[in-house]
Design a protein around this ligand. Sequence first.
Ligand code: NAD
Ligand code: TYD
Length: 339
Amino acid sequence: MNILVTGGAGFIGANFVYYELENHPEDRIVCIDALTYAGNLATLDAAIGNPNFRFVKADIADREAVEKLFSEEAFDIVVNFAAESHVDRSIENPELFLKTNIMGTQVLMDACRKFNVPRYHQVSTDEVYGDLPLDRPELFFTEETPIHTSSPYSASKASADLLVLAYYRTFGLPVTISRCSNNYGPYHFPEKLIPLMISRALADQSLPVYGKGDNVRDWLYVEDHCSAIDLIIRNGRVGEVYNIGGHNERTNLEVVKTILSELNKPETLITYVTDRLGHDRRYAIDPTKISGELGWSPKTYFDDGIKKTIRWYLDNRSWWENILSGDYQAYYEKMYGNR
Ligand code: NAD
Ligand code: TYD
């Protein structure tokens, strides 16, 4: 199969590229990525020499570039990871989120229609369901939970989901959607909670915890997200939404304290800062549908996954230090400028 992975130079997309190349060596992966601040070609270093892999630098909202690529390649599946993904940035500047997350999705689906691609998969988020109260631990997001968004980021992702389902109903485009909880693991961009705290703790810098640190996230090791998407694109039912998450809930404070303890750093580094506007309190996924239908279950518990992740950041300092220093932005020019 010929699979288009959008946003493959980002955190989850890159992990998915590696997952597919390793688990399905018979398949070919084409990656399209605009290389925004969050995209880093160095992340794909180990894939770039692989004959089953092709990288194309382009914006998913650029209809001409997308159609050119679709006319060159006969795709069997399109998996759309490309997005503006940081809630805090969406609060600062919502517009780009609408362009990439909504219009980009539309451009990709139009190309799928025009070139008769037999499957479009939208990588979405549990944030489309809004949040759950902290004092109702028995509540979880199911696929039937109403869409009820809080941030410009989640509103843009929810809009895209609605558009995907509209293309299914109106045009019969064969789509699937997955809505996953918070991911962590290798190649996570160092402005998101876990890598931010690891990099700052290693430098003995203060760790900014929003509000009281009692917000809860349902953490999923990124490889488990990749295995779930892999099952959905191969065995999932067209027109369906699948929630992905594995009952690994932690408060932000618990996460930060675990990182400090693993790194032997003092809790005095924790600094409570002004809360995020509209800050969602708790996310928690009910994965009954994907476990029952597709036999998926997560393999990594948080206590093991966080140790593996910290180890990865210790062993791959140059990857995130380059990003923090801004050097990675020159990488594409250096690697691809003359090609
Ligand atoms: P990320 O920010 O690390 O990576 C996004 C990638 O998309 C980058 O490589 C960036 O260059 C690329 N990109 C951005 N705009 C683009 C455009 N217009 N055209 C082409 N490429 C573009 O994000 P991530 O954490 O890897 O998230 C990937 C997807 O998974 C997103 O759709 C996100 O909504 C979803 N998701 C993320 C999480 C999470 O915890 N990180 C959880 C659930 C769902
Ligand atoms: P984040 O990694 O931005 O993911 P999301 O907002 O999509 O869940 O943040 C995870 C949680 O950590 C969220 O509740 C906000 C909180 N947070 C902090 O307390 N301090 C920080 O510096 C960051 C980036 C996040």
